[in-house]
Design a protein around this ligand. Structure first.
Ligand code: MOS
Length: 695
């Protein structure tokens, strides 16, 4: 709907399977550790056994005589790195590997053993003698920890609208509760892997990441190289979920290995190392206070969040963001506290901030509905804002109410008895719950280049990433529409840092950002007179057009509905139905978009019921750093999921699209937790809702 009037293709809005699907299912698609390479050596990472301390000695003498071993890199002989190299928010100590004898957290890389084969490298790594002095550590997160301090405000200032205290004091109904979410891990199917080599003075790499250009730029600065001395490619990536958003240890160490030994070096983290070394979602504790009139009109939202952080690198788990945009209210206050502990630095994961924040806010809204005796759906509809309650800006497309209404209709919400613990089937308790969510969506700068070839085809180049979501396929449709030709005339090249700056597949901003650059390049190409017997190329960097000023609030929206059964004898919660209605602007490819949001909803299900990084306070180590102990939903845990989209066109965004990356995950945990309350009459404010917490 509302596509440009002169569009002649059926590209955008048409379901098509992934272009690279046949390559993937036939095993021909090459991931970062799959590329055959002459003279390749293999690096295995050795990690710290203590949570804080100092390396006293690494004795490599025995290991150096083992079969195939080329050498051992540690803090005494590894290449030097620039300590100022920037991560997400400034200098990032998690990238400063093998630079000193100090150990800041359990699982920190202390050495890289390089050998001719993976097995020889692993055997040598297992045999490497590392002696450490352990120092006292603190890995126990509490919101009132004395080390807590205000978090960075780079992702948005704290809200302070109206008089929250006065409004709460004069509200006839108040909810004041605390919510806790544990450490959670991205756990992508493909572990972090990289292959690095030097080619005529140029560092080249295949790496598993979400943004080849950002990774190349960070790699260059870390190793004090010029950007044009580095090329990173990531043609196929087996999931990221945030954990591959920036330069990872696999590529830093593979690069060191290739420098030290003068040959290509491949580093693949083990599953355990992915848990221990890669940034997790930090544990959060949130206090939410809501005040309302008896008719359900919100008077105040006070959302205070604390999360754990590492002194090595800044991070913001921006939990209260949704509280600034979802509901009309007279007063809003948000605060975020960072608590430094001796941990792997946390990082982005599956809707960072918004996802744990939504669990707290949308659970609190359900509690408010209960106390008011108002249907939770109705409570949300009564508080639809006309403008952003903090920003004062008008909204772009905002079809949250349509998501709620249509979702309720399809789910059969209106026949629900609001009273808890009323519905039974045999010995099972049955309940339903819902949540409403928003996730920011707007385009950021990228570079796209399009060549009109002499055979009538077009070659599109953009350093976009396809981490399994189908962005390659989506961008072909976007380019075809922008060029007003059929998709069969589009060839696309992505995931190569040589293609120039591009937003990474993150923050639900990939497709809108890449679509912007492709649309600009296509428009200029169409307007440019040219001789069809010669190829012509137009390159556009939308950084030239980006103002960073927004005149409207643009978000994707969702309403998630869940039905659960609870066995009161065993405490087992099973999700029986999940339904998500989404407003993501124009849907580029309904088949892929549905897969994307369903995947997100399954992650939300995992958050609600299964996922929990357990840290032993004595050792400071995560004790369940594997899929035996860190549970994610198996097929048998996943019910029939219905996901669909309300018709929408976002006029402020290129091609009318909004981001779909994270909106599937954000609200699901609260919807399930609210359904568990409805089934049992018991509120679960601590995730995950384990068996032992239910009985
Ligand atoms: Mo996403 S968690 O911003 O990669």
């Amino acid at each position: 709907m509302n596509a440009p009037a002169d569009v002649i293709t059926d590209a955008v809005g048409t379901s098509r399977p992934r272009l690279e699907g046949p390559e993937k299912v036939s095993g021909r698609a090459r991931y970062a550790a799959d590329h055959p390479m002459h003279d390749l050596a293999f690096g295995v990472v050795v990690t710290s056994p203590v949570a804080r301390g100092r390396i006293r000695d690494i004795d490599a003498s025995a290991v150096l005589t083992m079969p195939g071993v080329l050498g051992v890199l540690d803090h005494r002989n590894a290449p030097r790195l620039d300590p100022q190299a920037s991560g997400f928010f400034g200098p990032d100590g998690s990238m400063q590997l093998l630079q000193s004898d100090s150990i800041p957290h359990a699982g920190r890389a202390v050495a890289l053993v390089v050998a001719q084969t993976p097995h020889e490298a692993q055997a040598a790594a297992d045999a490497l003698a590392v002696t450490c002095d352990a120092h006292p550590h603190d890995t126990t997160f509490t919101a009132d920890h004395p080390a807590g301090r205000a978090a960075l405000t780079v992702l948005g200032e704290d809200a302070n609208v109206g008089d929250v205290d006065a409004e709460l004091a004069s509200s006839p109904v108040v909810v004041d509760e605390r919510y806790f979410t544990p450490e959670e891990h991205c756990s992508a199917m493909e572990p972090h892997a990289a292959t690095a080599w030097w080619d005529g003075g140029r560092l080249q790499a295949f790496d598993s990441n979400q943004g080849a250009f950002d990774v190349a730029r960070t790699l260059a600065s870390l190793f004090s190289l010029e950007l044009d001395q580095v090329r990173v490619r990531s043609e196929h990536v087996g999931g990221g979920f945030g954990s591959k958003g920036l330069l990872g240890p696999q590529l830093i160490l593979a690069t060191m290995g290739s420098m030290a030994f003068g040959r290509p070096v491949r580093v693949t983290l083990t599953r355990r190392q992915v848990f221990l070394m890669i940034g997790m979602r930090p544990a959060t504790e949130q206090r939410v206070r809501l005040g309302a009139d008896t008719d359900g009109s919100l008077r105040a939202i006070d959302h205070q969040a604390a999360f754990e952080i590492s002194p090595l690198a800044e991070w913001v788990e921006n939990c209260p963001e949704g509280s600034k945009v979802l509901y009309a209210t007279r007063a809003i206050r948000t605060r975020i506290t960072a608590v430094p502990l001796d941990l792997t630095p946390p990082g982005p994961m599956r809707g960072p901030g918004l996802t744990p924040g939504s669990f707290a806010l949308e659970s609190a809204m359900d509690e408010l509905a209960e106390r008011l005796g108002i249907d939770p759906l109705e409570l949300r509809l009564r508080n639809e804002p006309a403008v952003g309650p903090v920003s004062g800006l008008p909204y772009g497309s905002r079809n949250l109410a349509a998501c709620l209404r249509e979702g309720a209709r399809r789910f059969g919400w209106h026949s629900r008895d609001p009273r808890p613990r009323r519905r039974r089937e045999g010995h099972l308790l049955v309940g339903t719950g819902l949540a409403a969510t928003a996730f920011g969506s707007s385009a950021f700068p990228s570079t796209a280049s399009i060549t009109a070839e002499t055979d009538g085809s077009y070659t599109v180049r953009i350093a976009a990433s396809d981490i399994g979501t189908g962005s390659r396929t989506a961008l072909v449709a976007i380019a075809a529409e922008a060029l007003r030709v059929g998709t069969e005339r589009i060839r696309i090249r992505i995931a190569d840092s040589d293609l120039g700056p591009a937003w990474s597949a993150s923050g639900s901003r990939g497709t809108p950002s890449w679509a912007w650059a492709i649309n600009e390049a296509a428009t200029r190409l169409r307007e440019q007179p040219h001789d069809p017997t010669r190829p012509v190329t137009v390159t556009v960097d939308t950084a030239e057009l980006f103002t960073g000023r927004f005149v409207r609030e643009v978000h994707a929206y969702s309403a998630i509905f869940a039905e659960v059964t609870v066995d009161p004898a065993t405490g087992e919660v099973r999700t029986r139905r999940l339904l998500g209605m989404f407003a993501i602007g124009r849907v580029v490819n309904p088949l892929l978009a549905r897969s994307q949001v369903i995947g997100g909803m399954i992650m939300g299900l995992g958050m609600a019921l299964h996922e929990e990084g357990v840290r032993d306070p004595v050792s400071g180590r995560q004790v369940n750093a594997d899929f035996a102990g860190y549970h994610i939903p198996a097929h048998a845990d996943v019910p029939d999921i219905e996901a669909d989209f309300v018709p929408e066109y976002e006029p402020d965004e290129p091609s009318g699209v909004k981001g779909a990356g994270e909106i599937g995950t954000v609200g699901t945990a609260a919807a399930i937790a609210n359904a568990v309350w409805h089934a049992t009459g018991l509120r679960h404010r601590v995730l995950p809702i384990r068996l032992d917490r239910v009985v």
